[in-house]
Design a protein around this ligand. Structure first.
Ligand code: ADP
Ligand code: ZN
Ligand code: ZN
Length: 667
């Protein structure tokens, strides 16, 4: 009897939903273990892959099978538990497993390299002495509940307003787990925006803490990866891709500001680090804590139905009181740069009292559009269904969707009229107006236009923190996790955009934003104040926002969602397709739709194909097919069919398509 063949199943970083069969290498006697990297021939290329399994039979004839060219590792660099997690994640998102495996991995890992690791600076830094803080009773209750779970899966929602002491809860829980020799993962929405989180963990735990995020160099990221793998690092503060780090003794996952959309990757492999965080915690048998002042509705419903334990920190941990939120009715008012005269005098008053002022406007640039008043011409992007934004300083019209730039014109291209006007406002216009209005004042504008330069954001934030700039103008960047001790007044320049959007999540988002921004005010001093400018003071949803009554607001909105069967009361997936001609994308999705219609059952509805909300972008015509299901299982069945159709369709070769499970944006 001949010995059974050994066929090695390898995951490759290619867009195909399957594993690839190879024979063992010809000359290497090393054991072939799950999680080791290998180099294999693939067409004319050599690719790096990960061994995920072995079997004794391949569908391919034996003479078609090729041997592995090289085994890169002496031991599995992807621990088996990580391989399991990668496979489950790939299944959930119906995404090619090799792409999932490599998506969070540093470059050297993807290239099959093994390098010597060096200790990063953070590791050499001695732990600074830190002050012991005694938990208050709400914190103590939360800490005990989390630690009580020992090593079992237990999801928690930790709901507490800004400053209620959530971070202190994380610190004390992690402290206890480190004493049990466990590792902790803390995910934050954007690391460059929350330097305080790292500083506080580093101050408490010193060398055991590492950072992991995309602004680090590939080498730094590689070092952290290996240090986690070899348990030289116990705590990671990272952004979403840190969920794929090779922890060996994961004792807890903490997702801070869990409602933040940045936890969802919006292109390529579209995953939610929060959602798969829950999966990873389950697989690692450890607790997961989702912390927020304004939990996502998905998480809220999970807490309400008892799937998650609901912990609350109802009060601020320090004596700083909550800001007062008021509304400023600006109907019948003449606005200048979007500001009413009443708001301007409030700003002046606060500045005179030496209080810092933050103006919040969710639009960067000078003006969202540029117009000829004579013939109505509007500056539009030629490659997208979008207007060009006027950038005053650069004297350019820029498309925020494809980055197309056009020089400013001096006359209307249609009617040659000599006067063109910016319409609406953005951060830049506010800044230029306020610089004229307060000529001697130091004003800081903080948005992604000024923060793309390395170090610029950090230095602006520093200036903001120690009140070198008494007047701050910013986009949502400023709403995230900063502590501005001198802040006395926050003004939401335009709340109406969020109240009247087509996106069903827009009110939820705006409320989260306003409550977060409000949390920036009055952290140290006496209570701060938040002013919301609106043309719609009678809007029913403004009342709960004014009272910062997130519970009430979510109750109203969740009723609406339930009535119209929107998430979290149903499950969605979006199949997007785009091509150089409109028919191509539409035809492909019609093909999918027609096939699905035959297998679909009552609990699933398939809507479309319809043109995407932005039907043309970067010169591509975009369509989408929305799948809505009351049960997740039914959704997964439909998606499995869909990927088979899409991968085998001839049309799909001319069209780019993607799958988005649990989409949070409909674009
Ligand atoms: P959050 O993460 O909810 O915004 P933090 O944990 O940052 O809240 O706490 C806000 C402030 O209160 C911090 O300066 C923190 O050091 C302080 N703090 C937290 N818990 C306590 C406590 N039990 N006693 C005194 N101060 C506390
Ligand atoms: Zn004109
Ligand atoms: Zn464009």
């Amino acid at each position: 009897m001949s010995t059974p063949d050994v066929i090695v199943q390898v995951a490759l970083d290619v867009p195909l939903r399957r594993l690839f069969d190879y024979l063992p290498p010809l000359d290497q006697p090393t054991p072939l273990l799950r999680g080791m990297r290998v180099k294999v021939p693939f067409g004319r290329q050599t690719l790096v892959g990960i061994i995920l399994g072995q079997k004794d039979h391949s569908e391919l004839p034996k003479d078609k099978l090729k041997p592995i060219s090289e085994v890169c590792d002496l031991e599995p660099i992807f621990p088996s538990s990580l391989c399991d997690f990668i496979e489950k994640t790939a299944q959930y998102y119906h995404h090619p497993v090799g792409e999932v495996a490599f998506s969070g991995a540093p470059l050297a890992i993807r290239l099959g390299k093994t390098k010597k690791t060096t200790n990063s600076k953070a590791l050499l830094a001695p732990p600074s002495p830190s002050i012991e803080i005694k938990a208050n009773s709400a914190q103590q209750k939360a800490i005990e509940a989390i630690l009580e779970t020992q090593s079992t899966f237990a999801p928690f929602l930790l709901e507490g307003i800004t400053g209620s002491g959530k971070t202190e809860v994380y610190l004390q829980v992690v402290d206890a787990l480190l004493k049990r020799d466990q590792q902790a993962l803390i995910l934050v929405p954007e690391i460059s925006l929350t330097p305080q989180t790292y500083e506080r963990f580093n101050a408490r735990f010193g060398a055991k803490v590492a950072l992991f995020h995309s602004r680090m160099t590939p080498k730094e990221r590689y070092d952290v990866w290996m240090q986690i793998r070899h348990q030289q690092v116990s705590v990671v503060i990272g952004t979403r891709s840190a969920i794929f780090l090779p922890f060996m003794q994961l004792g807890i996952i903490i997702i801070d500001e869990e409602h933040d959309p940045s936890f969802k990757q919006q292109e390529g492999f579209r995953y939610s680090a929060r959602d798969i965080g829950v999966l990873r915690a389950k697989m690692a048998s450890c607790p997961i804590v989702l912390g927020s002042a304004t939990p996502s509705f998905e998480t809220l419903v999970n807490a309400q139905t008892g799937k998650y334990q609901h912990l609350t920190l109802p009060m601020r941990a320090t004596s700083a009181s909550l800001p007062k939120v008021t509304m400023l009715d600006v109907r019948h008012n003449k606005l200048e740069a979007g500001l009413s005269s009443a708001l301007l005098s409030r700003i002046e008053k606060s500045l005179q009292q030496n209080q810092q002022v933050l103006l919040f406007i969710n639009r960067r640039g000078f003006a969202p559009s540029f117009m000829c008043y004579d013939c109505g011409w509007l500056a539009k992007c030629t490659r997208c269904d979008a207007r060009l934004t006027y950038h005053h300083k650069k004297q350019l019209l820029i498309c925020h969707h494809c980055l197309q730039q056009r020089k400013m014109m001096t006359s209307c291209p249609d009617c040659e009229h000599k006067e063109l006007h910016p319409v609406g406002q953005g951060t830049e216009k506010l800044e230029s107006f306020l610089k004229e209005y307060f000529p001697t004042l130091n004003i800081a504008r903080i948005d992604s236009d000024v923060t793309s330069k390395k170090g610029e954001l950090e230095s602006l934030l520093q200036k903001a923190q120690n009140n070198e700039a008494p007047l701050l103008i910013g986009t949502q960047i400023l709403a995230k996790g900063h502590h501005f001790p001198h802040l006395g007044l926050v003004a939401i320049v335009d709340a109406d955009g969020g109240l009247f959007s087509v996106d069903f999540r827009s009110v939820e988002r705006m409320a989260q934003l306003i409550i977060q921004v409000a949390g920036r005010a009055g952290r140290v001093h006496e209570a701060g104040e938040v002013i919301i400018q609106t043309f719609h003071p009678e809007h029913p949803l403004l009342q709960p926002i004014l009272h910062q009554d997130y519970a009430k607001l979510s109750q109203i909105l969740l009723q609406e969602r339930k009535a119209s069967l929107l998430p979290p009361f149903s499950h969605l997936a979006l199949i997007r397709a785009q091509g150089p001609k409109p028919e191509l994308a539409q035809d492909l999705l019609s093909q999918v739709q027609a096939t699905l219609a035959q297998v679909q059952k009552g609990e699933v509805s398939i809507l479309g194909p319809v043109p995407a909300p932005m039907a043309k972008r970067q010169g591509q015509f975009r369509y989408q097919l929305l799948i809505q299901a009351s049960e997740r299982k039914a959704l997964h069945q439909i998606l499995s069919y869909s990927t088979v159709i899409l991968e085998n369709s001839k049309l799909a070769k001319k069209v780019r398509w993607s799958l988005d499970v649990d989409p949070i944006e409909m674009f």
